[in-house]
Design a protein around this ligand. Structure first.
Ligand SMILES: [Zn+2]
Length: 411
């Protein structure tokens, strides 16, 4: 794939042709006798696709493509939907590289490390937070992520949480209020006072700037009753739940997420059989809870990885996300997450690619993104590789040859 002549191309029609593998995530695009992985990803071979303005206008055989204002020969490369990252924390200031290095030298991870970032974020000011987030969002784009969620949670005062969400909203409509990330130091002796703030004045100020509410339901953060209080208050303010669940130990997070109809239970590192059954049962419910796995977190905390085969065998919906944050997963690379998910969480490559695209879309309750369909948004990636398998087969290698968001080439 040749680099773009200009990154900002004029509106009009663009034809990508001679695509070796076109991943649509639309099973009807795969041949009836195709292998299971091809059907899962809706793979069409020797394909072409036409983008018109911000949408996909045509998908078909490369032998007979329609005319377009601009034609790009993909020379047999792979094209897939843009990645959908349903879990990130990119509004912060400060650097925790020393903490990472110490952990790699043997020090265990504790949730309190978040407070280091809180202090830096509170001191940063809006412009610096915007600049920091903009840099990381640029990295998302270069890694092929075209839809992403951003959480607050490093301010933990009403004005700083509110500012965090306003800045996040400049980059994405998928904004999440995470006042219940940890109890900040000044409330260490008054947990109920902090919960009153998170579910009261802070929520009232933040809810207009958020679509979602999240809580870190785990050891060292919030217990079951506290998490329930936070999520119910959020629901009362019109926000939909997502939950940081079962990262550090077995606990109530996944069960709570399913009970409350949360869109996603994130981390799922420690799952009981009943957690897996609950997630699988919810897969066919009107408001399913997606199990979102975050391989960057286990990687950067040197924790045991969850075995995704248990989730797939039970029939749960699964997503992969970066969890980009300065403490425990400072990566913006979805290809890295795919490679680790395959190597260490026992995803098949096809399952990992589906989880990073349509899985992430489900975790955000979106049915427009994460797939390539005529009339849908023209969010796509051209890989410098003959097969999507290379995303895991060639770890650490930048294979992203081109990225289009809403029909505009952004890489
Ligand atoms: Zn997180």
């Amino acid at each position: 794939m040749a680099p773009p002549s200009t990154v900002d191309e004029p509106n009009g029609t663009t034809l990508l042709t001679n695509i070796g593998e076109l991943i649509t995530n639309d099973p009807s695009q795969a041949a009836g006798h195709a292998p299971a992985a091809d059907r899962l990803l809706g793979i069409r071979r020797d394909a072409a696709i036409v983008l018109a303005d911000s949408t996909v206008a045509w998908i078909g055989d490369a032998t007979a493509p329609p005319a377009a204002d601009l034609a790009i020969d993909c020379h047999g490369a792979t094209v897939l939907p843009g990645f959908v990252d349903s879990h990130s924390h990119v509004i912060f200031d400060g650097d925790r590289a020393d903490e990472f290095a110490a952990r790699m030298a043997g020090q265990p991870y504790a949730a309190g490390g978040i407070r280091t970032t809180v202090a830096a974020t509170r001191a940063a000011g809006e412009d610096r937070l915007r600049a920091n987030a903009g840099k990381l969002v640029g990295e998302f784009t270069r890694s092929g992520i075209t839809t992403f969620e951003i959480k607050s949670g490093y301010g933990l005062t009403t004005p700083t949480e509110c500012t965090s969400l306003q800045v996040a909203g400049e980059f994405t409509s998928e904004t999440t209020y995470l006042g219940a990330h940890v109890v900040p130091e000044e409330y260490a002796d008054d947990r109920s006072g902090y919960l009153d703030l998170v579910t009261g004045d802070m929520l009232a100020a933040c809810a207009p700037h958020a679509r979602w509410i999240d809580v870190f339901c785990d050891r060292g953060a919030f217990d079951e009753a506290e998490s329930m209080q936070v999520l119910l208050a959020g629901r009362g303010a019109g926000l939909t739940a997502r939950v940081h669940a079962n990262q550090l130990q077995h606990g109530p997070g996944v069960r709570l997420a399913v009970e409350l109809g949360a869109a996603s239970a994130d981390h799922c590192t420690h799952l009981s059989e009943s957690d897996i059954t609950a997630l699988a049962d919810s897969a066919t419910a009107p408001e399913p809870t997606v199990a979102t796995l975050l391989p960057g977190a286990e990687f950067a905390t040197r924790s045991a990885y969850p075995d995704a085969r248990r989730l797939f065998a039970a029939g749960a919906l699964v997503a992969l996300a970066t969890d980009c944050n300065p403490g425990t997963s400072f990566t913006t690379s979805m290809p890295f997450c795919i490679a680790v998910a395959v190597r260490d969480m026992h995803f098949t490559v096809a399952q990992a690619v589906a989880a990073a695209t349509v899985g992430g879309a489900r975790a955000l309750r979106r049915d427009d993104v994460g797939r390539l369909t005529v009339g849908g948004p023209a969010d796509l990636i051209a890989l410098d590789a003959p097969s999507y398998l290379h995303l895991a087969y060639r770890p650490g290698v930048d294979l992203i040859g081109g990225v289009w968001r809403a029909g505009r080439r952004v890489r």
